[in-house]
Design a binder for this molecule. Structure first.
Ligand code: PMV
Length: 347
């Protein structure tokens, strides 16, 4: 008999960035992110007991980007093998994973946070179903977050609604380097309906992967000052999130985006993922904000695309700015309009 589990898990955008790690995917500083809504992965895991037992992971993988299937399949097999000490029963099963992303192919959106958290959630559900466990609610999400972290660091923040904190910090009770914790209940209402419009400056393959970028932080001369700075900013940001202080939020958000990219430019060898159009859009946004006083601020992931973050009440003005002035600097005029989301859901 074949059984089926499906999870939908979203991407996230970090406001305080995780950049630099040690040990097995442990962060050098705490980070906090908004969980997104429309940018998600939907993953189905089918399983049945092998007819003939052997000692290997049996995985079939289906994905809409055909050229990436084998690469992703191998990555998943390696991850599942590394998890055998926790999930030894995986070798008893024939597994089939079917995965699809809501955002367009090669949109330059990091898909590892949504896909790896979806995989972790499917595995935790599989454990419940197959072994008859009853892990539920917060315990279930914490376990899925722990497992997501092992698969792809920042993915551990994706499972929670609205906002999540990953990494031990004094300001957040229960925070840990091992998994993320939800941070919805303490934030001001205004942040719960925030928008994140993603302006796609370029979609090509990144010249330097996140994995390499984290590695290069080990010899970055500014690393220890950076980790300290992230902690200080985290405290200030948490206070702003609780108070509904959107200006302080926005300033820290932009400072963090620029710091992330400055760190890339100060490693050896240096690299940059920014494109001329990224800077052009930043310049336009800044000028427009000074004139209109609309509190829309940007963030950047490890890539050239601009994330525009703003409260719901300013949607009409920001849409106008995007359509009239910013869109022309996007590849094929592509923009993904997203909002803060409710976290992962089992379908
Ligand atoms: O999770 P990774 O290893 O892909 O690293 C992601 C790091 C950033 O996206 C740049 C920042 C973050 O905290 O999400």
């Amino acid at each position: 008999m074949t059984n089926k589990i499906t999870w939908r898990s979203p991407s996230n955008i970090a406001i305080i960035k995780y950049w630099g790690k040690h040990g097995i995917q442990l962060p050098r500083n705490p980070s906090i992110s908004f969980t997104l809504n429309h940018a998600f992965t939907e993953m189905t895991l089918e399983y049945r007991v092998k007819e003939q037992q052997d000692n290997r992971i049996s995985l079939e993988f289906e994905f809409e980007e055909r050229d990436k299937i084998e690469k992703f399949r191998q990555k998943m097999v390696a991850f599942l093998e590394s998890q055998l000490p926790i999930f030894p029963f995986l070798i008893e099963l024939d597994l089939k994973i079917t995965s699809s992303n809501s955002f367009p192919h090669s949109a330059g959106i990091a898909s590892s946070a949504s896909s790896m958290s979806a995989l972790a959630l499917c595995l935790c559900s599989l454990e419940n179903d197959y072994l008859g466990y009853h892990t539920e609610g917060g315990d279930f999400l914490q376990k899925a977050s722990y497992l997501s972290r092992l698969a792809s660091g920042s993915a551990c923040r994706s499972v929670y609604p609205t906002m999540a904190v990953w990494g031990e910090c004094n300001d957040v009770k229960g925070s840990s380097d091992l998994f993320a914790v939800g941070f919805e209940s303490e934030i001001h209402e205004i942040f719960k309906s925030y928008h994140d419009d993603i302006l796609i400056a370029a979609t090509g393959e990144k010249s330097v992967s996140s994995r390499m970028g984290h590695g290069l932080m080990n010899d970055n001369p500014y690393a220890s000052a950076r980790y300290e700075q992230a902690r200080t900013r985290m405290s200030r940001l948490i206070a702003a999130l609780k108070a509904g202080d959107i200006e302080t939020f926005g300033q820290i958000c932009e400072d963090e985006a620029m710091t992330l990219h400055a760190l890339m430019m100060t490693t050896s060898p240096w690299f940059t993922l920014l494109k001329p159009n990224t800077l052009k859009m930043i310049e336009i946004l800044r000028g427009w904000r000074e004139t209109t006083k609309v509190p829309a601020y940007f963030s950047l992931d490890a890539g050239p695309n601009l994330h525009l973050l703003y409260p719901d009440a300013f949607e009409p003005q920001v849409k106008e700015l995007i359509n009239n002035e910013l869109k022309q600097y996007c590849e094929n005029q592509r923009v993904i309009f997203d909002t803060v989301g409710q976290g992962a859901v089992k379908l």
